[in-house]
Design a protein around this ligand. Structure first.
Ligand code: KMH
Ligand code: ZN
Length: 276
């Protein structure tokens, strides 16, 4: 099969305010429109954080469930709900995200300083969340913000066995203030430490977006892009839509002779079950 690049879009995140970033999709309607545009541009997975009526981050189960359903009705993207939420979310609410019955979810493999905050992921919470993904058949994407998180991923697999779907796919989240640097040397070191047979994507936060994207393509990895991770398209030029970030990633992937992977192929690749 022709080599291809999995592109995940992370359109919203929990950190930016709509007032500061008008192009951020925060309503269900905006999110669905963004998702359709991003699928058209080459995305196969959508990493979802949602907002409440006041555009504040929320893990409200009713809203999450409606979001999963709406994205399924309008796109063929793999719906990956964030279990990271916002740094203020409780472990209870983060575990409950799986009740919204997504295809996939993020699963961060350790605590990390997160700017001035702490993104808390203690071992026991990681174990509970992982076992819940196995019980529910929700495919986890292992979010790795630091090299120590790679060690925890090994520990998790050794203790509890393979994930739902049987395949390990990780996402290197690089350049977070407090996490690993977003550069080629750090990416290569992290990839070398991954479990044998694992596949991986990478994303660079803020100004590390482009170095990480090019390093990931050069090293044979996959890509995550989106306004959760970067709000600047170029120096002094704000991002106007998530789709333009996906288009840029798709162009770079095509130049690398690994064009974007279709959502159907991505399901096989990640071990995500068909909805039918
Ligand atoms: N918003 C960050 C605190 C995830 O989605 O799983 C956590 C985050 C990771 O974005
Ligand atoms: Zn996220």
């Amino acid at each position: 099969m022709e080599p291809s690049t999995l592109i995940t879009v992370a359109p919203t995140g929990a950190e930016s305010a709509k007032n500061d970033v008008p192009a951020l999709p925060v309503t269900l309607e905006e999110l669905v429109t963004t998702a359709k545009e991003c699928q058209e541009a080459g995305a196969a997975v959508i990493h979802v954080h949602i907002r409440d009526a006041a555009a504040s981050p929320t893990l409200d189960l009713g809203r999450l469930t409606a979001t999963v359903q709406a994205l399924r009705e309008s796109t063929s993207l793999i719906v990956q709900l964030s279990t990271g939420g916002a740094v203020t979310d409780s472990f209870h609410d983060r575990l409950r995200v799986l009740d919204a019955d997504p295809d996939a979810c993020s699963l961060t493999c350790g605590t990390v300083n997160f700017g001035d905050e702490v993104f808390a992921n203690p071992w026991r919470f990681i174990c509970d969340l992982y076992q819940r993904t196995q019980e529910r058949g929700v495919v986890p994407e292992f979010e790795l913000f630091d090299l120590g998180h790679v060690a925890t991923l090994h520990r998790l697999l050794a203790e509890f066995g393979p994930p739902a779907g049987g395949h390990v796919h990780a996402d290197l989240v690089m350049g977070v203030p407090g996490g690993m640097a977003g550069d080629a040397a750090t990416l290569v070191a992290s990839v070398a430490a991954l479990p044998r047979g694992a596949t991986w994507s990478a994303t660079g936060i803020g100004r590390t977006t482009l170095p990480v994207m090019f390093a990931a393509l050069a090293a044979g990895g996959h890509l995550r892009v989106g306004m959760e991770d970067t709000l600047s398209f170029a120096r002094g030029r704000p991002v106007t839509s998530n789709a333009e970030l996906v288009e840029r990633a798709a162009s770079a992937a095509a130049l690398s002779q690994r064009p974007p992977m279709s959502p159907q192929r991505a399901r096989e690749f990640l071990g995500v079950r068909d909805r039918t």
